[in-house]
Design a protein around this ligand. Sequence first.
Ligand code: SF4
Length: 377
Amino acid sequence: MDLTIISTYRCNSKCQMCHIWKNPTLPKDEVSIETLSKLPGGFDNLNVSGGEPTLRKDLAEIIDEVYPKARVVEISSNGLRAHRIVPIIKKYPDIKVRFSLEGDEATSNAIRGEKDGFKIKLEGIRKLQEAGGTDLGFAMVIQDENVAQLAQMYEMTEEMGLELATSTLHNAWQFYKNDNFFYDRLTVARQVEEIISKMLGSWSVKNWFRAYLNLGLIEKILGHDRLIPCVAGTGFAFIDPWSDVWACNVRSDLQLGNLQQQSWEEIMNSEMAKKSIHAVSECSQNCWMVTTARTAMRSEIIPQAPKIGPMAWVVYNKLKSLVGGRIDFDKYIDYSDVRQSPHVPRQSYLGTKEKPIIVTDRQGVDGHYPLKSFVNN
Ligand code: SF4
């Protein structure tokens, strides 16, 4: 199982597609190391994210606690405070680190509301490379404003010896946002094709399967059904800053339990978990985030191997690319079927004075996630 620990909702970016920064948690309420010590071992990918995890004073201790419990430990950061991660990488060079970067300097800084963010992240990632990091990269949220720079971002990361993780706009309780919609789904979707071709043309097996992940992103962008059913609650789970455990980070009705009050075993065997996992099997949302997609792609028999479908797609199209053939995207994707969605303008918060709203008495799920409804279709 993959696990994401949302260690805090404090954040020092001001993203236009994620409003965590407007809804910070209080440090005293955030999931403690004592609570995390109740996690069992044996996770596959364990991601320490936020908000911005480097704002946790005890990030190094959190990593010490979870490192032995997973095959891969990941830190998802905005990259503005790389100095907090350098000592962690010196101690555990194989920790996966992804810094959010949304395109070239002007685009990334505007989308993320970060003054000088682009330069700071590039310097930061180099510091992690110097510290000996072996699995470093950037993560990009594909949206109308940056999709034209996707291929360029991929080339930049390849040249720098880094990875590029991609996701797209979506709505989720984790982001305190339920009105993220593409302006022009078809144009965005078509521009993802280039990176798929480039990834399949590379000599990295990881990139070949990322090509398939990006194929799923095209379906998601157009509003089509998922390529593979979701495995929320069984293949992956989330812990939020209040120690609540969730099947996914999208629907705020899929809670599994609370790690402060229960053991992991009690949570996983609870009636609440059973009900939520059943609801997942009937969920009609078309989420395709890295966590949901990667876990859904895994074989149920050999978890380190992919399912037959993605494997067959990768092998066929890799062989085709080797003999100079092009991927026939129209064979896989019905571009005539584009879901309509409302036009909700996004605004850059770069240079704005808007401040986080500190709420001291957020009680229960309704207090934590007042927007309640989070839909991706
Ligand atoms: S498809 Fe449904 S259960 Fe799966 S991540 Fe999306 S909202 Fe959650």
